[in-house]
Unconditional design. Structure first.
Length: 262
């Protein structure tokens, strides 16, 4: 990425300004949390070429080889109640899915809570982290997007589950331009969330979901699993299912998968 181009492209925007760029750092989320606690404004963006201690949800490591993908974290101080904090990452997922669909000219789907899929394979993941103690949320949302990776750039154990924009399209991508496009759509969805509340963002998220109402799913909950029919999202982005012989159940965390052949 070209740092000068990145700075020029985000100048004057709400998202991406100020911008902190580094060739290498431990974790963009960790750095952005430090800036949050130091009082940095909403829209602060931390972006790096190589992340040495990147992480995903549930303490998983995020593989980020240098100069291939986009690894960035945005600081948010929205005009929303604290109960809406989980939807900040939903706005990111909806915005980026829309931007990538336009660029790729093919479907990009969201897997709950916030993975992006192309042809059923993961191309991006999000990690939202916040700081409590106030009536309004303050959070950082980290994004890892596989851009110019080839299959050999991924660890062998995950190659059958992941993809990149290059693998999906057969071409190389300008990552600096892509950052600008992604931030613009993310900002639009974030502003829509602030203006319209949870119902609208959840509706747009569900239109992009890889699950359809009625699909049979399994939710893994760190040692236990629940199965049922997918009902959609709750008002705060919870996953709702109808268990066999029971009523609706909501989950705020877990790993969801479609159950085939039933």
């Amino acid at each position: 990425m070209d740092p000068g181009e990145l700075h020029r492209n985000v100048e004057g925007r709400r998202f991406g300004h100020p911008l902190i760029y580094a060739e290498r750092m431990g974790s963009t989320n960790d750095r952005c949390l430090e800036l949050l606690e130091a009082g940095s404004p909403e829209g602060t963006l931390v972006i790096c070429e190589e992340q040495t201690h990147g992480r995903g949800r549930r303490a998983r490591q995020w593989s980020s080889p240098p100069r291939l993908g986009i690894t960035m974290t945005l600081l948010l101080r929205p005009s929303l109640p604290a109960t809406s904090a989980p939807l900040l990452a939903f706005a990111a997922a909806v915005g980026m899915a829309g931007a990538l669909e336009k660029a790729l000219e093919r479907p990009v789907r969201i897997k709950w809570p916030n993975d992006l899929l192309i042809d059923g394979r993961k191309v991006a993941g999000f990690l939202a982290e916040g700081r409590g103690g106030t009536s309004r949320p303050a959070a950082v949302v980290g994004v890892g997007l596989n851009v110019n990776h080839q299959e050999s750039d991924f660890p062998p154990e995950i190659r059958d589950r992941v993809t990149s924009l290059r693998l999906a399209s057969g071409r190389l991508w300008d990552r600096s331009l892509l950052v600008t496009q992604l931030l613009a759509r993310w900002e639009e969805e974030h502003e829509a969330l602030e203006a319209g509340g949870s119902a609208q963002i959840c509706s747009r998220w569900e239109r992009l979901s890889y699950l359809l109402p009625g699909d049979r799913v399994r939710v893994d909950l760190e040692g236990t699993a629940r199965t049922g029919r997918y009902l959609g999202l709750g008002p705060a982005g919870e996953l709702r299912i109808e268990e066999n012989g029971g009523g609706p159940v909501s989950f705020s965390f877990g790993e969801v998968a479609r159950v085939r052949g039933e």
